[in-house]
Each structure stands twice: as C-alpha cells, then as structure tokens.
Design a binder for this molecule. Structure first.
Ligand code: MGD
Ligand code: MGD
Ligand code: SF4
Ligand code: MO
Length: 699
C-alpha cells in the first residue's frame, strides 16, 4: 500500500466502462512506471462535473490486481474443482473451434449460445459477440436482465426512450428521485439535484422501500411497500384532479386523457393507496401537492422500482404524473429514465447483421438457469444448449434462480468458455478460461444512457500477460471456424471509426480530440413539446403494449388481455404468505457494481460481510439481535447472512445490499438463490427485488 509512487508521466482522457448510467468522463494519470495513478472525474464534462464514485477512483486496485487473469487455461479436474492447466492461445482457440464445430454438427448451431452482458459498456467489446452469433447461426440472446422491465414501461407512455437533459435537474424546483439509489448507483444525479437545492432551494424527494443513502439526503422521503409504486402514482393523479392541480389544457393537447381514465382514477383514493403502499394518507397528499404546485418538477425514474414483477406498469404509472401536471412544458421539469433510444447508431457491421443466416431462436438471458437445466418452454421446444462463450457477465453470481444456473453450468455435456478479467464464480465453472483486457488497454466508444453524450476511450497501456480484448477473441474464433468476412480482420479502432462513419457522426480523428460526441437534442424535442413519440403525438395514459412490442421487437410473456387498461397498480407480485411472510429486495451496494469490484480490497473493506436489513420489531419477534447469523429462504433456496437491524424499512421487508460473491456467504450460496427466473410481464425481465421469503436465526 505504501510503496513509493512513480511520478506522473501523462494524464489521459478516458471513460468509465462499467454498467452505470453515469458513464463518467475520466482523467487518468499514467505513471512513469506504466501503472495507473489517480483516476478523477473530468471537470470539463458538464455531467460528470469532476465527480466519480469511490470504487472507480480506486481503479488502480482493480487494473493492477494480483488476481487478474493473465493466460488462457483449461480445466483439468472436475467442473468447479479449481484445477487448471495453462495453455497457449493457439491451443485454446483450436479447442474452442473444434468443440463448437462438434456441437454444431451433432446438435445444430442453435445449441451454441454466446452469452454476454454489459461488463464493459463499450459497444465494440460488448456487442461484437453478435457477429460470431450471426455468422454461425447460433442462438440469439433476448436482453432482459436489466432493461426488460423498465424500458417498455417508459416507452408505453412516451413512445421513445429519451427524456429531458438530466443536467436540467439543476434548474428544477423539485427533483423526484424515484426507485434509484443514486448515491450508490449513479452519483452524478446527486451532483445536479443538490445544485438545484443549493441554488434554488429546490425540494428533493426520494421514493424507495428503505431509507437508503439517497433518502438520507432528501427533503421528503417516502418509504413504501415493495412493488406498490403504481398505487402511489395513481393516487397522486387522483389528488391532482380532485384539487384542480392537473393541467387539463396540456392533457387535452398532448395526451390521450379521457373521461374513462378520469373515471378509473376516481376509485384510486389516497385511502386506497395508503392501504396498499403503507404510506400515511398525509404523506401521499403532501407529495401530490408538492409536485402539483411545482411546475418545474423533474422526475428521475430509476431502475430499482422496475425490478418488481409489476415493474413495467409501475414505471408507466410514475411517468404519467408529469404528463398530468404538464411538468414537461417547463425548463427544469419533465422526466428522464434513459436516453438509450436517441443515439441513432448504425451498428450493422459491428454486429455482423450482413452475416446473419436464418432466424435462430431467441433465448432469454434471465432464464439462463431454466435454459441450461433443460426447461422445454425456456428452450422454446428446441435443442438443449451444449456450448457457450461468456463475455462481460458473471451469471453464476448475478442471474436469478442461482441453484439452476449452477446446476446448468455444472453439466458435463455443456462446454463453457469464459472470457474474463478475473476468476469469477462463472469462470470457476468453465472448461476454458481466457484472459481479457480492461478499458485502458483497448479502444472503444461508450453511450451514456444517463445523459446526452457518446464518449471515446482509447487504449493507453499494454495489456498484462497475454490478455486479449473481446473484439480480438471473437474475430479469432470466427476465423478459426472458417469465416472469410473481412470484418473479422478489423481492429477495434477500425470498428469505432466505421461505426461513427455509418452513423454520420464526426470522424473518429475529430472525436479523439475532445473525447466525445454531443448528442443533446434540442430542448423542445427532448421535452416532447411538438408531440410525444406515438403517431398522434400524445402521451398514453392507456398504453397499447402491442405497439411497444412491435416497435422494439419485444416478445409477450403473458396474455395481453391481462394487462391493466390504464396507468395503475397491478397486484401480481410474489405474495407473502404464512410460510414466506417477508418481501426481500436485493438492492445495490455502494462499493460493488453488480458483482464487479467484489474482489478489490477497498470495496471489500467498505462492504464487509453480506448483511440483511430487518426492522427491529420483526427482529424482536423472531428473537434475532443485531449481528446474528440468519438464514433467509424460500422454495428456490437458502442464503446465510448477518442480521442488521434497520429502522428505515417497513416491517415485513428485508433488504440485502449486494452483490457479494456467493462464497462470501457462509454456506457458499449467494443472494440470487432466492430470486425468480420466471419472466415478468409484459415482455420478460428478472424481478430481482420481488421475492417472498422467510428468515430465521441460524442454528
Ligand atoms: N454501486 C453500484 N452502482 C451500480 C450498480 C451496483 O450494483 N452498485 N448497478 C449498476 C446497474 S447494472 C444498474 S442497472 C443501475 C441500477 O441502479 P438503480 O436505478 O439505482 O436501480 P437498483 O439499483 O436496482 O435499485 C435502486 C433502488 O430501488 C429500490 N427499490 C427496490 N424495489 C423498489 C420498489 O418497489 N419501489 C421503489 N420505489 N424502490 C424500490 C432499491 O431498494 C434501491 O434503493 O446501477 C448501476 N450502478
Ligand atoms: N440480486 C440481484 N441480482 C442482480 C441485480 C440486482 O439488483 N440484484 N442487478 C442485475 C442487473 S441490473 C444487471 S445489469 C446484471 C449485471 O450482471 P453482469 O453483467 O454479470 O455484471 P457484473 O457482475 O458487473 O459482471 C460483469 C463481468 O464482466 C467482466 N468484464 C468487464 N469488462 C470486460 C471486458 O472488457 N471483457 C470481458 N471479457 N469481461 C469484462 C467483469 O470482470 C465482470 O466479471 O446483474 C443483475 N443481477
Ligand atoms: S461506476 Fe458510474 S459513477 Fe462510478 S465512475 Fe463509473 S460511471 Fe461514474
Ligand atoms: Mo443493470
């Protein structure tokens, strides 16, 4: 720790590559000895504004971690036994190509399932795996794990996944931070919200299911029961109409507001919502009056409240409030969830669209457990999966219904390649492990879902050992499998340049000078002042989910007729019962990012052992005291944690902040033992914060 530090050789502009809406612009010191020194948020980037989270500020710990993977390895003992033999890249690639070809021949190309997610958010190294899939006709991946629930809910209202520039939070008179623990998950939201408070006396409202770090900083905190946000939203609209706070002129011009919707809301009283949410009527009234009398109210809608089985409809209901108050009309007002619908990038060559043969089946990534254990419905009646290459994700820790994920990955007749930076719990179960580069060791561009910029991050240092980039590994496998397409002979930089050119972005040489492309849309477009994204230009209080499916290629997982007709509370969540009297949410820890950073010393020090928050009244009733070892379980499995008595949640609710390594838990089972892999309506997605469980003191 106290080793002498080499002088700074240069400071370079880069981008945080991790799966976080902030996508911070970074200034990174490269030291004379070639190592990374300080990592800071860029001061001249208006959204980053010089602030980054502590886990990335300590990046030297991660990039120079002694446990980084440096060489390809082949499993020699039984699966998961941790016995490895170092092999060369040629041996590894030959074996992968041979095994993939054998599986293709014996079971068909759809038996190979390349599997990835957003470990890096760089498009070249994240999405290039699609090229391999396309050229070989392998099974496709339905990307539901994170965005499957929230995005449809947002689009159902606005018709477009985009919103007001989040920098404008600083110009709001009220900022509603709804279902996102921004202090942990996207710290820059706080920068701009707190600026509004400091300079304009703005009120900051936080809506969550526990008094989390973000709510600690709020002027008004609403702690509701998990999965009841829709009820709060419609009761808020009831009050707005009742008290003359709805903007009827705005609704007449810009929404589908109808007498039927008004009649529907007439039954959604604060008393009704209080029963469902657990919030006192007075709190609901106060919230409705605050947002109803503050034209410049900015609704920052997070991911957290969508990770409930009814999450899509909850997001839509919350989004409906600014459409009723007309907050969209005012600078500093409106709503934002993600700008991911606004980049207009042509990724056809990057993803190898031109190489696609046929229309292979689309397997739901959240259902990896059921899929690998042979669930016929999840496999869509097709052949079992017999080979995988995994990049940028750690499903053995992060995917729901962990018992099935593990059972599947342990199958002797499944060949698994994991390309990783660390020996994750997924890599531990692989047949071949390949070492991957980190963001400062390869070239890529990154879109900032939580803001308006596309950023470029260049390779500025050599990779350690024999680590290779995702791009290079995908190309090498495709070439070994006999593909002739020139795209497999490109460099990552070529692909960035080509993608920018196709997308009519400025040339890469230009972008390199500043490190970004500004995709900010004119303010009136961002706030839908000339109409929302549906053909009639109207916001939809009565969503047409089929239109959402058609627009985005989503697949129904329920009967469309079951969906509520209007913005509403939809009571379909996993119900607590006598055996499972608690609702568990698995909220994000501050110093981990999903399972990333759960091996860096600073993060481990900060997070300590895996704990579960429980209300003191519940604890007393169950004879549990602070610090007790406890077991939390349901019909899917059991997890051991340490009890942490917390007054900031409702009775009957448990919160486990994660994701710790599975093996950090006594018993070795991680929190996703308890979460459900059953796709949530309308179009799939994992309801990570919606599990009915029991809890008891460990024996
Ligand atoms: N430090 C850290 N940063 C992260 C991550 C991380 O794991 N750790 N993960 C990254 C990723 S991949 C993503 S997608 C984003 C997600 O970031 P967020 O949008 O913040 O979403 P979540 O982290 O799922 O949960 C946010 C909050 O929602 C609350 N919540 C759960 N259920 C409900 C509910 O029913 N109603 C309401 N109102 N609130 C509810 C949780 O308790 C939590 O406090 O963060 C990214 N950033
Ligand atoms: N219980 C519970 N589970 C959750 C959630 C929750 O809130 N609760 N959140 C869910 C959400 S929102 C998400 S998005 C998923 C995310 O789940 P994952 O996508 O699995 O995210 P991480 O755990 O961050 O793992 C990313 C992995 O990618 C690796 N990686 C990073 N960069 C590269 C690279 O350039 N090349 C290669 N080959 N590998 C790289 C990292 O080392 C890391 O192991 O987890 C979900 N799981
Ligand atoms: S994890 Fe998020 S907040 Fe932290 S540096 Fe990266 S983008 Fe910024
Ligand atoms: Mo995510």
């Amino acid at each position: 720790m106290n080793a002498p530090v080499a002088p700074i050789a240069r400071t370079i502009r880069s981008v945080c590559p991790h799966d976080c809406p902030s996508v911070c612009a970074l200034d990174v010191d490269i030291l004379a000895d070639g190592r990374v020194g300080r990592v800071r948020g860029a001061k001249d980037d208006p959204y980053t504004a010089g602030v980054i989270c502590e886990k990335v500020a300590r990046y030297a710990e991660r990039i120079h971690h002694p446990e980084r993977l440096l060489h390809p390895m082949r499993r020699v003992g039984p699966k998961g036994a941790g016995q490895w033999q170092r092999i060369s890249w040629d041996e590894a690639l030959d074996e992968i190509a041979a095994r993939f070809r054998t599986v293709e021949d014996q079971h068909g190309p759809e038996s190979v399932w390349p599997y990835f997610y957003a470990g890096t958010m760089g498009h070249v190294h994240r999405d290039g795996i699609e090229r391999l899939r396309a050229v070989r006709g392998y099974s496709h991946q339905y990307d539901t794990i994170c965005v499957g629930l929230p995005w449809p809910g947002y689009i159902a209202g606005t018709g477009l996944l985009g919103g007001v520039n989040p920098e404008q939070m600083a110009e709001a008179d009220c900022v509603v931070i709804w279902g996102t623990n921004a202090v942990h998950t996207q710290v820059n939201v706080m920068t701009h919200a707190m600026k509004a408070r400091k300079t304009r006396g703005a009120k900051v409202v936080v809506i969550d299911i526990y008094r989390n770090a973000t709510m600690e900083q709020a002027d008004m905190g609403l702690v509701l029961r998990p999965g009841t946000d829709g009820a709060l939203a419609v009761a808020t609209m009831y009050i707005l109409l009742r008290d003359g706070l709805a903007d009827r002129d705005y609704m007449a011009e810009f929404t589908d507001f109808s007498p039927e919707f008004e009649a529907h809301l007439a039954t959604r009283t604060p008393e009704w919502a209080s029963e469902i949410t657990g919030l006192p009527v007075a709190e609901i009234e106060a919230f409705a009056h605050l947002v109803g009398t503050t034209p410049r109210t900015f609704f920052r809608l997070g991911y957290g409240f969508s990770r409930q089985r009814n999450g899509s409809t909850a997001v839509h209901a919350a989004l409906s409030i600014p459409a009723m108050t007309g907050a969209w009309q005012h600078r500093g007002g409106g709503a934002f969830h993600s700008n991911s619908g606004t980049w207009a990038l042509d990724k056809s060559r990057l993803e190898g669209t031109h190489l696609q043969k046929g229309t292979p089946r689309l397997l739901d990534m959240s259902e990896i457990g059921p899929i690998l254990t042979g669930d016929a419905k999840a496999l869509q009646g097709g052949a079992a999966v017999h080979a995988m290459i995994v990049q940028n994700t750690n499903p053995a820790t992060v995917a729901p219904h962990q018992a099935l994920v593990r059972e599947g990955l342990m199958r002797e007749d499944l060949f698994v390649v994991v390309h990783e930076q660390f020996m994750t719990e997924t890599a531990e179960l692989a047949d071949i492990v390949l070492p991957a580069t980190m963001f400062l060791e390869h070239n890529d561009y990154y879109t900032r879902g939580g803001h308006t910029r596309v950023l470029y991050g260049p390779a500025v240092m050599d990779a350690p050992g024999e680590a290779r980039s995702n791009h290079d590994v995908i190309n090498a496998i495709a070439l070994r499998l006999g593909s002739e397409d020139p795209v497999f002979r490109t460099s990552d930089r070529d692909v960035v340049a080509d993608t920018f050119a196709r997308s009519k972005y400025p040339a890469l040489e230009e972008v390199e000078k500043t490190g970004y492309v500004d995709r900010e849309r004119p303010d009136e477009v961002a706030r839908f002042a000339k109409g929302f994204g549906w053909p009639d230009g109207r916001f939809r209080f009565a969503p047409n989910w089929q239109d959402v499916a058609d627009r985005k290629g989503y697949r129904w997982v329920c009967d469309p007729a079951e969906m509520p007709r209007f913005a509403d509370h939809w009571a379909i969540n996993e119900a607590a019962d006598d055996v499972h009297p608690f609702k568990l949410a698995t909220s994000p820890a501050r110093a981990f990012l999903n399972s990333t950073f759960n091996q860096t010393p600073g993060s481990l020090r900060r997070e300590g052992e895996p704990t579960v928050f429980i209300h003191p009244e519940d604890a007393v009733r169950l004879g549990i005291v602070h610090g007790d070892p406890v077991v939390v379980g349901n019909f899917r499995g059991q997890v051991e944690l340490t009890a942490f008595l917390h007054t900031g949640l409702r009775t009957g609710v448990l919160i486990a902040e994660g994701l710790h390594r599975n093996k950090a838990h006594r018993g070795g089972q991680g929190i996703n033992m308890l979460t459900s892999a059953q796709p949530a309506p309308p179009f799939g997605g994992a309801p990570f914060h919606d599990a009915a469980v029991w809890i008891r003191k460990a024996e």
